[in-house]
Design a protein. Structure first.
Length: 435
């Protein structure tokens, strides 16, 4: 998923309680720390957490950490090679993203033409903002296991096996809610994506080249043979086998492939989060050093490290379904309503993500009050670690409308992990094809 910066106005500007030369304000409801020159309703550019600032922009605005010849700090706070915007606490105040005055873009465009609400990635061919991807290697590479990147034309394919959809951030999509929309809030879980489908398989008919050329000469095109079969995948990749992969071994996925065999109707696809461990003592999601938060209360509550185990014993994992679809012979997809997803999970004896709230949309204030009620605190399943956040689903639409909202403390931990260049599978799949 791409990441953009936003042209927006700063709101709720207040003095920083512990720093005379700083202020606290809000962008899209997120707290941001800004300079003394920032005033209420100033127009500027907001870089969200997990974005990467373009090098030319960062240099022009003195964002790169720079020291003098004696090693004394002059200005800037971003590392030149990473330029990663992360969630952090500064002198006891939360900051979620970076807000810069609109004049910071003067070198790159005519700022008088910029309008509130615009999304910016490049200006006049110069990169301003992109998604930050850690430079770390995948688990198989760090364990000395090679990965075959050679892509061969498959004999078999599943043309209607849809990938996981990208979930947009709630705070940038509040305008998409309409009066009396039927909404569900569910728990967002920190694991790796999985999907299994009872889908149409197309098998190419292999013929000797001479016969193939002869048929083609006479205008005869052989259509692939169609049949129904079970297929599994990660977020982006169709799994041809369960060897290798990001974790070095995908046996933990094979377990869930076998679980759904014989349970799904023809055309039925199930999407889920796999949490806990892959095999042996390998965590699906990276461990985080809580001491780097420098938050004594947080460390006291959750310990010195965070392991997103969700109650799984070492070497074990579990899944939680969050979406199901039905696809007909022509590839038309029907989204299953949430109540039917819950019913099918009950039939198949598999867990679904916990449902936290359901309601009719009335206004933005009520929506955010409900969201904030469930966003923070210990995870209700894992209990020993924080929750990642919530997902909100608009039910009464032809196509799925789902938005995510992560907790502040989770984003802090996520930033710490990425600062150590630890790559997770979803990020790896955004960068390359894993086969």
């Amino acid at each position: 998923m791409s990441v953009s910066a936003y042209i927006t106005r700063i709101k709720n500007v207040k003095p920083h309680p512990n720093a005379d030369r700083l202020k606290i304000a809000e962008c899209f409801g997120n707290p941001v720390i800004v300079g003394l020159d920032t005033q209420e309703e100033d127009l500027g550019i907001y870089f969200p957490t997990d974005s990467k600032v373009g090098l030319e922009y960062a240099n022009e605005n003195k964002l790169i950490r720079t020291k003098d010849e004696n090693g004394n700090h002059l200005y800037g706070y971003l590392e030149e090679d990473k330029r990663h915007i992360s969630t952090l606490k500064l002198r006891g105040a939360c900051s979620d993203g970076l807000f810069m005055q609109i004049k910071s873009l003067e070198k790159f465009c005519d700022i008088s033409q910029l309008k509130e609400g615009e999304m910016i990635t490049t200006l006049k061919g110069i990169l301003i903002c992109e998604k930050y991807i850690p430079r770390g290697k995948n688990r198989a590479q760090t364990q000395g296991k090679s990965k075959n990147n050679k892509i061969k034309e498959p004999k078999e394919s599943f043309p209607y096996f849809a990938e996981h959809i990208d979930t947009s951030q709630l705070v940038y999509n509040l305008h998409r809610f309409k009066q009396d929309d039927w909404c569900y809030i569910t728990l967002k879980m920190h694991g790796t994506s999985g999907r299994v489908s009872h889908a149409i398989k197309e098998t190419k008919i292999r013929l000797p080249k001479l016969i193939y050329k002869s048929l083609k000469f006479f205008g005869i095109n052989l259509k692939p043979k169609k049949s129904w079969d079970y297929v599994s995948g990660s977020r982006r990749v169709v799994l041809k086998n369960f060897d290798g992969g990001f974790y070095g071994n995908d046996d933990f996925r094979l377990k869930w492939h076998k679980f759904f065999e014989g349970k799904l109707h023809k055309g039925e696809s199930v999407y889920f989060e796999i949490v806990g461990y892959t095999h042996d003592a390998q965590l699906i999601m990276p461990e985080c050093n809580n001491e780097k938060t420098k938050d004594k209360e947080f460390i006291k509550q959750f310990g010195k490290t965070t392991q997103f185990t969700y109650g799984c014993d070492i070497g074990q994992n579990d899944i939680y379904v969050y979406r199901m679809t039905m696809t007909n012979d022509d590839g038309y997809v029907v989204e299953m309503p949430w109540h039917l997803v819950r019913y099918r999970c009950e039939q198949m004896r598999v867990k679904h993500v916990p449902e936290l709230d359901k309601f009719l949309y009335t206004n933005e204030e009520d929506l955010m009050n409900r969201v904030n009620k469930y966003i923070d605190g210990a995870d209700p399943i894992g209990k020993t670690h924080i929750r990642e956040g919530i997902v909100i689903r608009i039910e009464n639409r032809e196509k799925i409308s789902v938005f995510k909202h992560k907790s502040f403390n989770f984003k802090v931990l996520e930033g710490i992990v990425k600062a150590d260049d630890v790559l997770d599978m979803e990020e790896a799949e955004n960068e390359e094809v894993l086969v």
